[in-house]
Write a protein that binds this ligand. Structure first.
Ligand code: NAG
Ligand code: NAG
Ligand code: NAG
Ligand code: NAG
Ligand code: NAG
Length: 288
């Protein structure tokens, strides 16, 4: 029987919540404690996933004598021995270093409700039409606030059209009949910058940031993934489980981002990184 009550403060958006859930699940397991999730985390994630962690009752949430415990964005030996029966973790962990050793269980936590899978399959069947043996590549292009946060705050860049072109070429060369499904919180930019003339690119949805679950479910059902930056793309890739192309080395050496982010803790070793073009940043700093 597991003792205590451990939880994690939900912060950020969908991909962050998944990272927080997986990290809580793994660390509570290591420390032999019972984990519970906040109602708003349950509300967001259980819309599509068959989660098993119980939800904290509102009353318990208020009355439990929580001890706050901040965790970094990657695993550390000391997290194997966190003392306390009422730990409330906080932070933005997403790194596979916390939970990859129990990958099967994490994937089971994030398995989709049947109604979601049925909806996704209907969509995929519709775009596949008469073609046999199509290879689906989910493409997640993170834009939105990152368009300015990355260069201005983190001394970094986000994915540009060249990156996406190279990543797509990889899949076009490797597989016969590829279909790219592009999701983004900047879909207009994608329509302008992704060359869809060969007829193998589908732009998905309305880019509605408040309803990410549908986009996520479709990406995760694809065979392979092109991600850019951010935890949403990471999780889609982790669940899809095929080949993954990611943007790497997207920060200057003195970026403050590197204090909270480690490339090697963020991306699995077998995934394929394409280095970002940092020249826009360098030109910008020369101009200042
Ligand atoms: C289906 O496509 C995959 C990937 O391109 C290929 O490896 C496989 O041989 C194909 N199978 C058939 C039956 O054509
Ligand atoms: C888009 O790709 C096609 C080949 O599929 C190429 O002929 C065309 O020049 C490309 N367009 C742009 C704007 O790069
Ligand atoms: C986005 O989703 C929210 C929540 O379902 C809805 O209220 C809003 O109207 C949607 N926005 C767009 C542009 O579709
Ligand atoms: C590719 O993904 C589709 C949709 O989820 C699935 O039906 C198919 O079995 C997958 N193909 C392979 C080779 O895994
Ligand atoms: C990213 O930078 C590291 C450290 O400089 C280097 O070892 C690695 O090869 C780079 N990755 C790519 C894909 O260029």
């Amino acid at each position: 029987e597991l003792e205590g009550m451990w939880t994690i403060t939900p912060s950020g958006r969908f991909g962050n919540l998944m990272g927080q859930y997986a990290t809580l699940f793994a660390l509570a397991r290591l420390n032999k404690k019972q984990a519970y999730i906040f109602p708003n985390m349950a509300n967001s994630l259980s819309q599509i996933f068959k989660l098993t962690l119980p939800m904290l009752h509102q009353e318990a949430k208020a009355q439990v004598p929580w001890k706050n415990y901040h965790i970094a964005d990657w695993m550390d030996e000391k997290y194997k021995n966190i003392l306390g029966d009422y730990i409330k973790l906080s932070g933005y962990p997403s790194s596979w270093t916390f939970y990859h050793h129990i990958r099967e269980e994490i994937l089971r936590e994030f398995s989709f409700h049947e109604y979601v899978t049925e909806k996704v399959n209907l969509y995929l069947t519709k775009i596949t039409a008469q073609r046999q043996n199509v290879t689906f590549v989910g493409v997640h292009v993170r834009r939105g606030d990152y368009v300015y946060v990355m260069p201005k705050i983190w001394k970094g860049v986000i994915a540009d059209r060249n990156y996406l072109e190279k990543a797509m070429a990889y899949f076009r060369n490797k597989y016969k009949d590829v279909i790219f499904i592009v999701t983004s919180n900047g879909l207009d930019w994608c329509r302008k910058n992704i060359n869809a003339s060969s007829g193998d690119v589908y732009f998905l949805g309305d880019g509605n940031e408040s309803e990410p679950q549908t986009d996520f479910a479709i990406l995760a059902h694809c065979n392979h993934t092109i991600m850019t930056i951010g935890t949403f793309g990471f999780w889609a890739a982790y669940l899809a489980g095929g080949d993954v192309i990611y943007l790497t080395n997207f920060t200057l050496p003195d970026s403050p981002f590197l204090k909270v982010f480690k490339y090697e803790a963020a991306f699995l070793p077998e995934w394929i990184g394409i280095a970002a073009d940092l020249s826009p940043l360098l030109n910008q700093s020369l101009n200042v």
